[in-house]
Design a protein around this ligand. Structure first.
Ligand SMILES: [Zn+2]
Length: 73
């Protein structure tokens, strides 16, 4: 029964983190310091470990990220 509970918790956590990634409309690159619309070609090609997700443009700007010149977020 404990295992079952742990599995449910893991599933909820996984779903929540997945949903937050889907809800983010902006993706920043930790390496280059730029941010993109999530559907920008550069954002899609970006290395997973460099990704930072933002829900709002302001969040990215406040964090010191510069808008991409291609997708102009
Ligand atoms: Zn871009």
């Amino acid at each position: 029964m404990k295992k079952f509970f742990a599995a449910i918790v893991a599933l909820v956590v996984l779903t929540a983190s997945f949903a937050s990634v889907l809800a983010s409309s902006y993706v920043g690159n930790r390496n280059s310091g730029k941010f993109h619309y999530a559907n920008c070609t550069y954002a899609r090609k970006m290395n997973q470990k460099h990704r930072v997700y933002f829900n709002a443009r302001e969040e990215a700007v406040k964090a010191g990220y510069i808008p991409c010149k291609r997708c102009k977020p």
